[in-house]
Design a protein around this ligand. Structure first.
Ligand code: SF4
Length: 451
């Protein structure tokens, strides 16, 4: 990384899996708004279905997800019942409209649920929204909870994409984050997936974890390459103990410095690209024949709540506590708290608790950010025309700084991200984002403060 880019490593930019990020949602969006938007969905509109399973067996100290450790499986059964009821409510609002292109189970830990319960949820999707032979099914799996025959039974249900939470193979790092899982466990899960014909296996890795060193992470990457997943996501750990009390269990003194974090990301990038993976977006890698790489090559890459995706559906239906739906400019997030979620669903109502309705200018900003993150290039002329003169000149100032540092090129309102600056893509997106650059009067703006 160029020396003048190091200062950007301290900037805490949103992940931009939505614009604006969920932190900016408020309670003005209601279940009635979401239901009305569902009723407007066209007959054959492609849908992406996301089912959130918030339970885990054990707490990983770095976790940033909406989850709870649950030891009573009866509570999971109660949840499955409520999620199935939510799917019926969504189905009633859709009244036969929409066609699910994909279904993704995320969490938490989807395989906290037994295969029977996952099958029951698929049946509820089938009854409420319909499934076709071409609907693609994907699921995130915790290798520690994969039981005998689980993988083959999931494959028989139609799951063709399986994602394993690996994070790091080093036992010392695993100890520091309270997530112990051996290499053998992951290796046998992958072997079973291959044996039953799962064609799309992905790994999630994390850099920036306590006790990681260049040598330990290089070893993790080497082991990853040896197992040959079809895709790899390499996420940076965000340490925010003030927001997530569980992260206070992490020994801050053992966290890598910003410079080492950058080195870890770079060494992962070099090793994966050297092994034949294609860079996709700023943190995904894909074998060239995989659907994600093909979407990238063909300019169809998109970013949604699951990260970079080849999913064509612009509409997401989120099911379960805290799940976020996105329907035609409306983000609607379900209640995070299980009690509130159950109260709404048991009362026959959708469980929307927060959200945001995008204005025309917010749609333009969102499109520019999506183009920048997915295609490394964005036309910002429409966006600049919609901003107030003060906002537009603030965006231009931020882009000038980035251009002077060689992060972007900026000509005729086309912003192009330098290829080697991909890890800074979210910083450039932040420069276009008025939400992230609001500051109380008299204080410097966050972007300027950070650099
Ligand atoms: S398994 Fe995943 S969701 Fe559960 S605590 Fe660990 S990181 Fe968080």
């Amino acid at each position: 990384m160029k020396p003048q880019w190091r200062k950007y490593l301290a900037v805490r930019a949103p992940r931009y899996t939505s614009f604006p990020s969920a932190l900016h949602f408020d309670e003005q969006v209601t279940a009635a708004d979401y239901a009305a938007r569902l009723r407007d969905i066209a007959l054959y509109e492609p849908l992406s279905i996301y089912v959130h399973v918030p339970f885990c067996k054990q707490l990983c100290w770095y976790c940033g997800c909406n989850m709870r450790v649950e030891n009573d499986y009866g509570r999971a059964l109660r949840y499955v019942e409520a999620a199935a009821r939510e799917l019926r409510l969504v189905g009633e609002a859709l009244a036969g409209a929409g066609r699910p292109l994909s279904v993704h189970f995320g969490g938490g830990t989807p395989n906290y649920l037994k295969v029977e319960e996952i099958a029951a949820l698929l049946c509820a999707i089938e009854e409420g929204l319909g499934l076709t032979d071409s609907t693609r099914l994907g699921i995130e799996l915790d290798p520690r909870l994969i039981g005998e025959n689980d993988v083959s039974r999931l494959a028989m249900l139609g799951f063709s994409r399986m994602s394993l939470g690996v994070q790091d193979f080093d036992p010392d790092v695993q100890d520091a984050i309270n997530r112990i899982q051996s290499f053998d466990l992951v290796e046998s899960a992958v072997a079973e997936m291959r044996r039953v014909g799962v064609g799309d296996i992905s790994f999630d890795l994390v850099y920036g974890l306590p006790r990681q060193t260049a040598m330990s992470f290089a070893d993790t990457i080497e082991k990853t390459i040896a197992l040959s997943p079809d895709r790899v996501a390499v996420f940076g750990y965000a340490h925010v103990p003030a927001l997530l009390s569980r992260q206070r269990l992490i020994d801050e003194a053992a966290l890598p410095t910003p410079a080492l974090r950058a080195d870890l990301a770079e060494l992962a990038d070099a090793a994966l690209v050297g092994a034949g993976y294609r860079r996709v977006g700023f943190d995904h890698y894909s074998k060239p024949a995989n659907a994600l790489a093909r979407a990238d090559i063909e300019g169809r890459l998109r970013r949604n709540f699951q990260g970079f995706t080849d999913d064509l559906a612009a509409t997401t239906i989120g099911v379960g506590a805290s799940a976020i739906s996105h329907v035609e400019g409306l983000y609607a997030q379900n209640a995070k708290n299980l009690r509130d979620y159950y109260r709404a669903i048991d009362g026959g109502r959708l469980a929307t608790a927060r959200g945001v309705e995008l204005s025309p200018r917010e749609r333009l900003i969102g499109c520019a950010i999506q183009d920048l993150l997915c295609r490394s290039r964005a036309d910002i002329s429409g966006l600049l025309a919609r901003l107030s003169p003060q906002e537009a000149s603030a965006v231009c100032r931020r882009l000038d700084i980035l251009e002077a540092d060689g992060v972007i090129e900026w000509r005729d309102d086309i912003v192009t991200l330098a290829d080697e600056a991909r890890p800074l893509a979210r910083i450039v997106a932040m420069a276009l984002d008025p939400y992230e650059n609001r500051a109380p009067a008299g204080s410097p703006q966050p972007f300027a403060r950070a650099i």
